[in-house]
Design a protein around this ligand. Structure first.
Ligand SMILES: O=C(O)CCC(=O)C(=O)O
Length: 302
C-alpha cells in the first residue's frame, strides 16, 4: 500500500507492466478487424488476453489488503462497499479508486494490452474515467443487477465511453460471470434501477420486446487475466456465486479524449469538481494513450 496518492503519478510506478519497444510489439495488442466488427454489431468483444498469470497473482495480493475496510489509505476510495447488497448471503464487494492505492492497480491503466484495444474501440485517444472492483466470495456471492453503465455516467458527455472487465479468477456461470444482452447497445438509455440485490429490477423500465431479449443473455466465460470490452449502453449483469471459488474482477472505464463534464458537482467522491462544459482532464482523469503517436490503424472500416 502506497503512502502517497498514486493519482499524482501518470505512467508506471512499479515493474509489473512494461511498454513495448518496437512497433511490432505494439501491433500485437491490436484487435483484429473481425473483433472490431463483432464489437460494433454486438456491443462487446470478449476473450482478450490482458494479464499473464504472474500479473494476476500480483493484483490478487494487492487486492487482499483492500478487503480490510480499515486499511491505510482507505480515505482515497471514491466509493467503498464491503457488501453493496447488505445481505450477507449475497455479498458483493464493490469499490472505486484502487488505482490511487497500489502499484499494480495503478499501472494497469497504462498497460498496452488494455489501452491499444481501447483506442481502437473508442476510435481515438483514451482518457481514464474510473476503475471498479467487483468481487463475489465463494458460496455466498451476490448479483450485479441488469444495467447500462451510461445510466450512471450522464454527468459526462458526449457518450464516448468504454468498459473493460478483467477477470482475476476464471469466470463461468457457476461463479457468477458477466452476462450480456447482445445488440442492447442500440437500445435507448434506460434509467437507473439499482445495482445490487434485485437482478430483475430493470423489468419495470423495459418494453415487452426488450424483456424478451433479456431472457437470452450470453454468459461471458473467461480465463483469469482475460477481458471483455463493452459499450456504455450494453445491458449487462451477473448472477449469484454459489460455487466453491471466488469471482474477483477489475473494471477499467475510459472515454475518448475530449469528453466534457456535464455537472458542477464532484465527478467522483472526494475530488474537485470539473465545471460543466469543461474538458474532463487533470490528475484524476489522465490521458492513457494517444494512438496518433503510434502507427496504429484506429478508424473503423465500415
Ligand atoms: O462484475 C460484474 O458482475 C458486473 C460488472 C459491471 O457492471 C461492469 O463491468 O460495468
Amino acid at each position: 500500500m502506497h503512502s502517497r496518492d498514486l493519482a499524482q503519478q501518470h505512467g508506471f510506478v512499479g515493474n509489473t507492466f512494461s511498454m513495448p519497444n518496437s512497433s511490432d510489439q505494439w501491433n500485437r495488442f491490436q484487435l483484429s478487424p473481425d473483433q472490431r466488427a463483432f464489437y460494433r454489431k454486438n456491443g462487446y468483444v470478449s476473450g482478450i488476453r490482458i494479464l499473464t498469470d504472474a500479473q494476476v497473482e500480483t493484483l490478487r495480493e494487492e487486492l487482499t489488503v483492500f478487503f480490510d475496510p480499515t486499511h491505510p489509505g482507505n480515505e482515497r476510495w471514491h466509493e467503498y462497499h464491503s457488501n453493496e447488497s447488505g445481505d450477507p448471503e449475497n455479498t458483493l464487494f464493490h469499490a472505486l479508486g484502487s488505482w490511487r492505492m497500489s502499484p499494480g492497480f495503478h499501472d494497469i491503466l497504462w498497460h498496452p494490452a488494455f489501452t491499444v484495444p481501447a483506442a481502437q474501440l473508442l476510435e481515438g485517444p483514451v482518457r481514464f474515467w474510473h476503475d471498479q472492483l467487483f468481487c463475489k466470495p465463494a458460496k455466498h456471492g451476490g448479483v450485479v443487477a441488469w444495467h447500462q453503465d451510461y445510466s450512471y455516467w450522464t454527468r459526462t458527455r458526449p457518450m464516448a465511453h468504454l468498459s473493460c472487465w478483467i477477470g482475476l479468477d476464471d469466470a463461468n456461470p457457476s461463479n457468477g460471470c458477466l452476462q450480456y444482452i447482445p445488440g442492447s447497445h442500440r437500445w435507448d438509455l434506460l434509467p437507473i434501477t439499482g445495482l445490487a440485490g434485485d437482478m430483475e429490477g430493470i423489468r419495470k423500465v423495459l418494453t415487452d420486446s426488450q424483456w424478451e431479449d433479456l431472457q437470452s443473455p450470453v454468459a461471458i466465460e473467461l480465463k483469469k487475466g482475460e477481458a471483455s470490452f463493452h459499450h456504455p449502453l450494453m445491458v449487462h449483469g451477473s448472477r449469484e456465486n454459489r460455487s466453491a471459488c471466488p469471482r474477483r474482477a477489475l473494471v477499467l472505464n475510459a472515454f475518448r479524449d475530449g469528453t466534457l463534464s456535464n455537472s458542477n458537482e464532484a465527478m467522483l467522491q472526494g475530488i474537485p469538481p470539473v465545471p460543466r462544459g469543461s474538458k474532463m482532464e487533470g490528475p484524476f482523469f489522465p490521458l492513457l494513450f494517444d494512438p496518433t503517436n503510434h502507427d496504429l490503424e484506429i478508424k473503423a472500416r465500415t
